[in-house]
Ligand binder design. Structure first.
Ligand SMILES: [Zn+2]
Length: 528
């Protein structure tokens, strides 16, 4: 339509639409409309404001032709649609070339600039910044370089003012955010300091952990470890003359490592779809997925319908819960809830992925587990003594019993054996939780959380995979196990499970030479 109005042949040019509100000066960068959504935004904005510049830029598609900028009113158009509305109400059309991207300072520029110490050319009147973060990073590095500190005198979502920390000093900056974008611009800059260097109490401003993290993150790319906090203190002192405390260096390192190793959000975007398909293909499956307020992956839960149905039908009500580290880029933990079937095979019930083992993650996992496995006084949990597990089981499964894994207990006791506190430890561990005879529920012979640990070893290499391949190998593993077990149990005609029948057979062999003296109806004294 526009091409028609301007009498231009379509195959000759690329058309670009951009807009600019009237209240901004014409040297501000216009917002370029790249897709339908941005056109809708523009129309909504225009309805609200009614005073806006619409910029139409034609660029020749033929390489050797220079850009054609047209700056004339369109012919009347009788056709309806968005463009007509615009033509009717918009008083003026201007042409405006898209500003060169190099006019904007991004966080990346700030960080590269800081490394090469070119930041002084970035802080000046009229300079654009792609985001508030980019502006902040540039200012922090600028202050660090020029040995002064500043304080924020005004701060809002749309504008901010800072001035030199020294009250008598005239140095100040005012920056504004464009109403329709995330771009910031320095619109006032008094650049010379009137404060006396002799009055300074420290060398300069210490940039935030994020800014330092961005500054040093290249040190973590493609290496196993990267600089430790003390190395960062040295780097910042020798390269930037900036003194950091250990905790500042530690936080900066965390930030840098996360930036480099953290999985970008888009890799997680497929997870909800994957979970949906999983539920479609496996009736009765319960999954859940949680993200934090920044839209980043937080928790995931998956429990297959088949596992749950089988658990209620034939499995002893003892659930072993444990967590293990994932070795993938995301560095989270895999949380596992598993039972043991009649053949002493692992019988996985649920898997979870979380950022780490703590109260919040165990709480979330157990809340999800409770959706599929109801609280019951006949239900028992066995775990290592991770404090969060016990605490959360008591909260979320108040009826169920909770025991501690014997191996972990013994391991911890061995470590504590030189200490007179051992008695205290066992007491503190709560005798009911580790002594089978004192355990208030049924835990059968499931005393250790070896089952969960065997799952961890079964998934040794998948634990290095990204999340979806990891989930998929869990699914494959369970399919294989359940298939094999079904095939095996179909051949079984004895009343007990294969393993228990074999165990009885072994015991008969062992016990047939024993002599037994009954001491009561159920107790026999055995003489070898
Ligand atoms: Zn000053």
């Amino acid at each position: 339509m526009v091409l028609e109005d301007y009498e231009i042949q379509q195959n000759m040019v690329d058309v670009e639409f951009s807009y600019l509100p009237f209240d901004l000066s014409v040297d501000s960068p216009p917002v370029v409309m790249m897709n339908d959504r941005q056109v809708k935004n523009f129309v909504a904005y225009w309805r609200m404001k009614n005073n806006i510049w619409l910029c139409v830029t034609f660029k020749a598609t033929v390489n050797d032709r220079s850009n054609i900028d047209l700056n004339k009113k369109p012919n009347d158009s009788s056709e309806g649609g968005v463009d007509d509305l615009l033509c009717e109400k918009l008083p003026k059309f201007v042409s405006k070339a898209k500003p060169n991207d190099s006019n904007f300072i991004t966080s990346k520029d700030a960080e590269v600039g800081a490394r090469s110490m070119m930041v002084d050319s970035m802080v000046k009147k009229g300079q654009y910044f792609k985001s508030k973060e980019a502006l902040q990073a540039s200012l922090e590095i600028f202050a660090m370089k020029y040995n002064f500190d500043y304080r924020v005198t005004k701060s809002g979502t749309r504008f901010g003012c800072i001035r030199c920390i020294d009250d008598v000093c005239k140095w100040r900056i005012r920056a504004e955010c464009f109403e329709w974008s995330t771009c910031w611009k320095i619109n006032k800059y008094v650049g010379s300091h009137t404060c006396a260097p002799s009055r300074k109490t420290k060398f300069g401003r210490t940039p935030s952990a994020r800014t330092i993290g961005n500054l040093i993150k290249h040190n973590y790319e493609g290496v196993k470890e990267g600089p430790k906090p003390n190395d960062i203190i040295n780097i910042m002192r020798t390269e930037n003359g900036c003194e950091l405390t250990y905790s500042q260096a530690w936080e900066s390192r965390e930030y840098a490592v996360n930036e480099v190793r953290g999985i970008p959000e888009k890799s997680f975007a497929k997870i909800p779809n994957y979970l949906h398909m999983l539920k479609e293909a496996n009736p009765g499956t319960h999954t859940n997925y949680d993200i934090d307020c920044d839209g980043r992956f937080k928790y995931l839960f998956i429990s297959f319908g088949q596992s749950i149905r089988g658990f209620y039908k034939k499995i002893r009500k003892v659930i072993v819960v444990d967590g293990t580290f994932l070795k993938n880029k995301y560095k989270g933990v895999l949380l596992v809830a598993t039972a043991v079937d009649g053949n002493s095979n692992l019988y996985p019930i649920a898997f979870g992925i979380a950022d780490s083992e703590n109260d919040a993650s165990w709480k979330w996992f157990l809340m999800q587990l409770r959706v599929v496995i109801a609280d019951d006084k006949d239900l028992a949990f066995v775990s290592d003594r991770h404090i969060s597990i016990g605490k959360m089981i008591e909260k979320i499964y108040p009826l169920a019993k909770h025991g501690i894994c014997i191996h972990h207990l013994i391991g911890n006791v061995k470590l504590a054996i030189i200490s007179p506190a051992i008695g205290g430890y066992l007491h503190e561990a709560d005798v009911k939780k580790w002594a089978r005879c004192h355990f208030p529920g049924y835990r059968y012979d499931i005393n250790t959380n070896n089952p969960a640990e065997s799952i961890n070893s079964a998934l040794r290499s998948p634990r290095e995979y990204p999340i979806i391949p990891l989930l998929d190998s869990i699914r494959e593993m369970l399919t294989r196990w359940f298939y094999e077990r079904r095939a095996l149990s179909e051949q079984q005609n004895d009343p007990l499970t294969i393993e228990v029948e074999q165990k009885i057979s072994r015991r008969i062999e062992k016990g047939k030479k024993f002599k037994a003296y009954p001491t009561s109806q159920f107790i026999l004294q055995i003489k070898v």
